[in-house]
Design a protein around this ligand. Structure first.
Ligand code: NI
Ligand code: MN
Length: 226
């Protein structure tokens, strides 16, 4: 599995030969100004919820790549109105098979409204399972007991967890989320993009280390093999 970080909560993941793109928010992000969204590859775009900092470039990248967009029913309706036809609407608890990769839409404790004020349904995250790696992409969420359901059906290799606090859980709750999901290897997201979510990176990494876990903070534009 190869992971590329595009800033904030946006990751490109190459798994089983397929390019998955999560929560495209690049062009409004000053920290990601060196990323050209037209160079981003995607076979599937997965969107956790409707907030601008998760959907800003969804239409542009979907049109450029022809990728199939996976999200909740309400967000897919909103995209369809904007001319995106290759879509797969789902809702919490549902699974979709992406050419051998299973994606399940799971609960998040957050809110969800689209940038123009359209109702964005209930927010979620995704659990991806495959013959290669399994991972959890939490989206924006508080710590929730629902995370304990995930390891009952998926043995995770890696989790993407928000750590920026204020709008999502912070570092200490993310450590508990790593316990709940039984996954010690975490890639941090949703931090440092705006002042209210700035973090002390070294402290965050050490907090995870002190509880026997690993927090990975990728550089924007960086690609890593996992
Ligand atoms: Ni949000
Ligand atoms: Mn957000």
């Amino acid at each position: 599995m190869e992971i590329t970080y595009y800033g904030h909560s946006c990751f490109g993941i190459l798994l089983e030969g397929k390019h998955l793109l999560f929560d495209p928010f690049v062009t409004p992000n000053d920290l990601a100004k060196d990323i050209d969204i037209m160079s981003i590859k995607a076979d599937y775009i997965l969107i956790s919820h409707g907030h601008e900092d998760h959907v800003a470039d969804a239409v542009a990248i979907a049109k450029n790549t022809g990728a199939r967009v996976i999200s909740n029913f309400e967000i897919i309706n909103w995209l369809t109105v904007q001319g995106i036809k290759n879509v797969h609407p789902m809702n919490h608890g549902g699974n979709v098979n992406l050419e051998g990769i299973n994606a399940k839409y799971v609960n998040a404790v957050h809110s969800s409204i689209l940038p123009d004020g359209t109702y964005g349904g209930n927010p979620g995250g995704f659990v991806l399972t495959s013959n290669d790696k399994n991972f959890y992409y939490a989206g924006d969420t508080a710590l929730t007991m629902d995370m304990k359901l995930i390891p009952m059906s998926a043995k995770l290799d890696l989790s993407f967890l928000p750590i920026g606090d204020t709008f999502t859980m912070g570092v200490n709750d993310a450590v508990l989320a790593a316990d709940f999901t039984e996954c010690k290897k975490v890639i941090g997201m949703h931090y440092d993009t705006f002042p209210p979510i700035s973090i002390d990176r070294e402290k965050a990494i050490n907090t995870f280390k002190a509880s026997g876990k690993e927090l990975i903070l990728m550089n924007i534009g960086e690609t890593k093999e996992f």
